[in-house]
Unconditional design. Structure first.
Length: 562
């Protein structure tokens, strides 16, 4: 009497609900009873794919076979043991080497060449069916997404899903209790220019519930909400794809789905769907600019001292932002790459150390003079705004490019269909797809340029409004502002302060030219014709102030860690 171990598997929760495991087990148990086998145990993997070896019940069965606890492995069909022909062959060979026979209910196994060929063919067919089902599912979902249906994923905070029925597709509707919180978050970020961490503190202080009903908010959650374009009325499907994680040594080695990490897809593959907007597009654009500005001016771990030029002062030698520090009890700014350990694989930098008190004093004096007489900067802002053209023309060009991208996508689909039907050869497919890809790339580059131009216009408008507001608010009391007030003024007016040789080069804010960034602040800011701060130099050049030495009064090439 053979000692038998039963193995059953289903690969999805849907199959589990349909009790396909039970149907497999009932047939296997009936076979055991009919053959009068001795049952050693039932090994069941529920929700695990057959395209991997990492299955807990399968591992227990393999261990039992290696120890001699079973003499026969009974499986309903080869694809239940594995979905890949190669995996089937490996497992069967392993069991046979341990002296354990393998029996399939719907496929009697024999050692003849014909029997092995038939098993291999059946495994190949199972693998093909799995790939075909996966591809049909993918294409079907993309089709419905292009028709405007909302598919899969978590519903964004502020919305609720309208289920599909016989007359309409699934969609999103605004859930006002949460939408009001979203509007408040954007209002705090854009109007008050506070950080995500500060927004979290306000939400928790107010007892605002999360989507799960708790009052515990996280900075990453708030940042995600403030980054999602869905709140401006555009929901994207097909943004990411599942991949296996780079670190495969984490906790649970038995992953029902081995592809547990997400990787973003190219933007041209995203499928947009229009949904009800919670905020207007202009507010969303301003929020993205403010998030980048917050990142540039992040406090990081410095909580001991206040540095007025934090995030603004940069090294003229390597371009890195200076870090605030102390030396002999004095506040200083210095390049973080002064030390070979902090520099990492980059060469050490010999940018000079700057005394914080004196640098902040001369910069504040220069900016105060500008605010009391801002005509030069004001005129330059208006000139740049006029150069960028009217918003209506930009919007029309974006709509035209979107239509062109849709046409190119249809051409790609037709080419693929023609290749699969055998109407064109692979070399023709590659050539035509390459041409379409180049056209899509050109359109994407132009679209990015237009988006940069729109952000630039918003930045200029905000800067003009801020200049007027500051003049009205502070009037002649600039010198009496507290630290936060002065810092807010500097961040509105300045791009950066560069330690350049023996002087500080002060550059006023102006948004970037359309095109790639300049390497600083993700391309959001650039100097205005080498700045238009009026001072001792003639107009059109950056104002330079005398070099301010290190804490010991000397210019130092390297400063010891403190």
């Amino acid at each position: 009497m053979a000692i038998v171990g039963l193995y059953a598997r289903v690969s999805s929760d849907a199959q589990e609900k349909e009790q396909t495991v039970q149907s497999q087990l009932e047939e296997l148990r009936a076979h055991v009873q009919a053959k009068e086998y001795q049952l050693a145990g039932e090994f069941i993997d529920e929700g695990y794919t057959g395209a991997t070896f990492a299955r807990p019940a399968l591992d227990r069965l393999r261990d039992a076979a290696a120890k001699g606890d079973v003499e026969l492995v009974l499986v309903h069909s080869p694809d239940r043991l594995a979905r890949k022909a190669a995996y089937q062959a490996i497992l069967i060979e392993e069991f046979q080497k341990a002296g354990v026979l393998v029996e399939f209910l719907n496929h009697p196994l024999d050692d003849s060449p014909e029997g092995q060929l038939l098993l291999t063919m059946q495994g190949g067919v199972a693998e093909y069916e799995r790939a075909k089902i996966s591809e049909r599912t993918r294409r079907g979902k993309q089709y419905w997404a292009r028709q405007g249906a909302i598919l899969g994923g978590n519903v964004p905070y502020g919305y609720r899903r309208i289920p599909r029925d016989s007359e309409k597709r699934s969609a999103l509707e605004i859930y006002e209790p949460e939408a009001a919180v979203v509007r408040q978050m954007y209002d705090w970020l854009v109007k008050e220019q506070i950080s995500c961490r500060a927004i979290v503190a306000r939400l928790q202080a107010n007892g605002t519930p999360t989507k799960n009903g708790t009052s515990t908010w996280h900075t990453s959650t708030v940042h995600h909400i403030l980054r999602q374009e869905v709140y401006a009325g555009t929901y994207y499907y097909n943004k990411n794809e599942q991949v296996e994680p780079l670190d495969k040594t984490k906790r649970d080695s038995y992953r029902k789905n081995p592809k547990t990490s997400m990787r973003p897809k190219p933007k041209e593959e995203w499928i947009p769907t229009t949904v009800p907007a919670i905020i207007d597009r202009e507010t969303w654009e301003k929020a993205q600019l403010q998030l980048q500005e917050n990142s540039r001016l992040s406090l990081r771990n410095n909580k001991c001292h206040e540095y007025l030029l934090r995030g603004l002062i940069r090294c003229g030698d390597c371009g890195r932002a200076y870090a605030g520090s102390t030396s002999h009890g004095k506040r200083i700014y210095r390049c973080p790459r002064y030390d070979h350990i902090l520099a990492g694989d980059k060469p050490t930098c010999h940018g000079p150390t700057v005394k914080a008190d004196e640098a902040e004093s001369v910069v504040w004096e220069a900016v105060s003079d500008l605010l009391r007489n801002p005509e030069v900067l004001h005129k330059e802002y208006e000139r740049r705004l006029a150069e960028n053209g009217t918003p209506g023309a930009t919007d029309e060009e974006q709509r035209r490019m979107d239509a062109e991208v849709r046409k190119l996508k249809k051409q790609e689909d037709r080419l693929l269909d023609a290749y699969q039907a055998g109407m064109i050869e692979m070399d023709v497919l590659k050539e035509r797809m390459g041409t379409i890809k180049a056209q899509k790339k050109a359109l994407e580059d132009r679209r990015q340029a237009l988006e940069n131009q729109q952000r630039q216009n918003l930045r200029i408008q905000d800067a003009l409004a801020a200049l007027e507001n500051f003049r009205e608010e502070v009037g002649g009391s600039l010198d009496s502002l507290d630290f936060q007030g002065r810092q807010k003024v500097l961040r509105t007016v300045l791009d950066q302060v560069v330690v350049d040789g023996n002087s500080l080069q002060i550059k006023a804010i102006i948004p970037p030219e359309v095109g790639p960034g300049n390497g600083h602040s993700n391309g959001i800011l650039r100097p205005l014709h080498q700045s238009t701060l009026e001072g001792t130099e003639r107009a059109g050049e950056s104002q330079r102030v005398p070099f301010v030495a290190g804490a010991d009064g000397k210019r130092r090439n390297d400063c010891p860690a403190t």
